[in-house]
Every structure is written in structure tokens, then in C-alpha cells.
Design a protein around this ligand. Structure first.
Ligand SMILES: [Zn+2]
Length: 370
């Protein structure tokens, strides 16, 4: 007996995996119900389905203001919000493996994967790291914009060094657990210490190419080559500030000009970092519309550069949806992914190669974990 036509059509759809979306803070702090179609932000379940976004790593982002005694609790609360979504909505399945992502896709559901952003979430405790793994977390970004006691950040001049002995123990423990080490945000010294320490494939869940836009959050060609050699994957970040230097200069100037307004928004949401970041992004995003926002072609330039340097097996998508104020034109949210697919097809990507970029490469490294 043949398969039903609907199932056949679904099986032909590529599995699309986004390496990084910042939606959980909305779900927790603003009690936003993402099973409904929302009028703002980039991601909700209806828009994931419409855009063909099969799976995403929901970022358990722990803001720098959380520290000893509060950071781990913040991570648990964010994880709780994602787990509650999956527990109460049959269309969303919590996934911890590639097989579970494929199974969810086969049922026409979306898969929620968990990645912690900001190693200070573990409060220097390998026991807490183990707990995060048991709760379903399958990667941890070693730092956010802030460095911590054991790893340096690319944007924290106070803490931009390499891994300490504890940092190396964290990496080795992640290797043992099968939690992917994520080098997005880390300092260059920490990056190279990770590559020397990790025995498993390493990812950069949401980072673009420094050769095309010189931002410390982006990866150099040497770093891209090292991740390829190690068997890992880089999810290219969609944020125009990381894609284009001309835009970044304009945007930085805009941020300086809008500082009184953004300070006022932060004051209004004091103690509620998720809401505050989202409100600031919304406000700045509207103002940035008058700037020379790069187009989807610029995003594809970064994807193509990474493919040229690393090979087709090591490049993926890491949109940073719901964590960024602007998207390359004309992308507007998760429903715009088919436009990215068409732009990639126009550059000659097709079939197996296209599927690898869209999701199969991330699924491979998930499978590679022990
Ligand atoms: Zn990030």
C-alpha cells in the first residue's frame, strides 16, 4: 500500500532547523502564548508551520544580570516555559535527538530543542550542568555578551581570556554528556581553547563570517576551517549588524541617538529583562527602517562564504529570531524562510546540498552526540 499523498508531500519537505531563536523569554516574562499567531516578533507555532520551520533551538538565554544564586533558577524557569508549551500543545514536541525531530516532522508537528545561552547559568557547577542535560538541553553557548569565571566573551573587555581549568572541565563534561559546545559569543582565545579541548563536534549556533563583516561576534576563516575539521556546524546569523559593516555603522549611530528613549524603556521594564529587550528591539527596529538595511542577498553571501571555506557539510541557519531588532530585507519573520530557500536556489543550491544547509547538518551533529 502506498503512502497517503499528504504524507508523501510532507516527506518531500526539507527539514529546516534553526540553530537559535530567542522566543522563550517572551513565553516566560510576557506569558506570550506562541500557539496563537502574534502580530509582533518573529516566531510562533502558526508562523513556524507556515514558513516550514520544522525545528528550532529555543534559546534559554540567561541575561548577564543573573549571577550566583539566580542564574541557574532563571534557566530552569525558561526551560519550564518551553516544556509547558510542549506538554500542553500536541503540535509542539520537545526534542532531544535528531530522530525525535524527524518523528515530529513526520507527524506534521514542530520540534522544540533546548540550548542554554550563557555559561554563567551553571553557576560554576558541573552538577547543575548535568541537571540541564537531564532537562533536555542539548547545547550550551559558553558565554553570552558577558564572560564568566571560566570562559571569555568576544564582547566583554573585562573577561575576554581563554578557558580556565574549570572551563576545560565544563567542555569535557559536555562532551561526555552529549551536550554540544557552542562557541557563538566566545572570545577568540576561548574559541581556540575549546577547539584544543573538545573531543566532539563543536557548533556556533548563531554566528556569521568575519571576512565579510569585521565584527568580533563573527568567525574568522581560520575559525570556520577549524570547526569544519572538527566536524561541527555554523548556523549563520541573520542579524544585519553582523552581515554588513556599512549598516552596522549606521545602526550604532542610530542607537546612540536613541539612547534617551531606550534608557526610558529599560527603566519602565526594570527587573523584567525579557520584556525590556523585546520592547527595545521593537522600538529600535521601527526606527532602523530608514537605514540601508542589507538584503537577503547579503545573508546568502555569508552562507556562501561559509560553504566555500568549510564545505557544504558544516553550514546551517541560526536566525536569532526574536533576539534581534532588524532582519535583512524583505525577511519579516519565520514565514519568510521560503524566500531564503528561493535565494539559495538562485545561487545554485539544490537537493542534498540545500537540505544540509537548511537542517540536515544540525541533525548530523545532534546524532553524533554520544
Ligand atoms: Zn546570542
Amino acid at each position: 500500500m502506498g503512502l497517503a499523498l499528504g504524507l508523501l508531500l510532507m516527506l518531500q519537505q526539507p527539514i529546516v532547523v534553526d540553530g537559535h531563536i530567542d522566543t522563550p523569554q517572551r513565553m516566560l516574562d510576557m506569558k506570550t502564548d506562541i500557539t496563537a499567531r502574534l502580530s509582533d516578533g518573529h516566531v510562533d507555532v502558526p508562523r513556524m508551520k507556515e514558513g516550514g520551520l520544522t525545528a528550532a533551538f529555543f534559546s534559554i538565554w540567561v541575561d548577564a544580570r543573573y549571577g550566583p544564586g539566580t542564574a541557574f533558577r532563571r534557566a530552569l524557569n525558561l526551560i519550564g516555559a518551553v516544556r509547558a508549551l510542549a506538554d500542553t500543545n500536541p503540535e509542539v514536541e520537545l526534542a532531544t535527538s535528531a530522530d525525535q525531530v524527524r518523528a515530529a516532522a513526520g507527524r506534521g508537528h514542530v520540534a522544540a530543542l533546548l540550548g542554554v545561552e550563557g555559561g554563567h547559568a551553571i553557576e560554576n557547577s558541573l552538577g547543575k550542568l548535568d541537571s540541564l542535560y537531564r532537562l533536555g538541553v542539548r547545547y550550551m553557548t559558553l558565554t553570552w555578551n558577558n564572560g564568566n569565571d571560566w570562559a571569555g566573551s568576544s564582547t566583554d573587555p573585562q573577561r575576554d581570556g581563554g578557558l580556565t581549568p574549570l572551563g576545560r572541565r565544563v567542555v569535557r563534561r559536555m562532551n561526555e554528556l552529549g551536550m554540544l559546545v557552542d562557541v557563538s559569543h566566545v572570545s577568540d582565545r576561548t574559541f581556540w581553547d575549546v577547539m584544543a579541548t573538545s573531543t566532539r563536534p563543536v557548533i556556533a549556533s548563531h554566528s556569521s563570517c568575519r571576512a565579510l563583516a569585521h565584527h568580533p561576534r563573527n568567525l574568522s576563516d581560520d575559525q570556520l576551517r577549524a570547526i569544519a575539521k572538527n566536524g561541527g556546524v555554523v548556523g549563520i546569523n541573520f542579524y544585519p549588524v553582523f552581515l554588513d559593516e556599512h549598516f552596522r555603522h549606521q545602526y550604532e549611530e542610530l542607537r546612540r541617538r536613541l539612547k534617551p528613549e531606550t534608557d526610558a524603556i529599560r527603566a519602565r521594564y526594570r527587573g523584567r529583562p525579557g520584556e525590556s529587550a523585546f520592547a527595545v528591539d521593537n522600538f529600535v527596529g521601527e526606527q532602523a527602517d530608514s537605514l540601508d538595511v542589507p538584503t537577503i542577498d547579503r545573508l546568502v553571501d555569508h552562507i556562501e562564504h561559509a560553504v566555500q571555506v568549510m564545505g557544504i557539510d558544516h553550514v546551517g541557519l541560526g536566525s536569532d529570531f526574536d533576539g534581534i531588532s532588524v532582519l535583512p530585507r524583505p525577511l519579516k519573520d519565520a514565514t519568510s524562510l521560503p524566500e531564503l530557500v528561493r535565494a539559495l536556489e538562485a545561487r545554485g543550491y539544490a537537493d542534498e546540498g540545500l537540505r544540509k544547509i537548511l537542517g540536515e547538518n544540525f541533525l548530523r551533529v545532534l546524532t553524533a552526540a554520544p
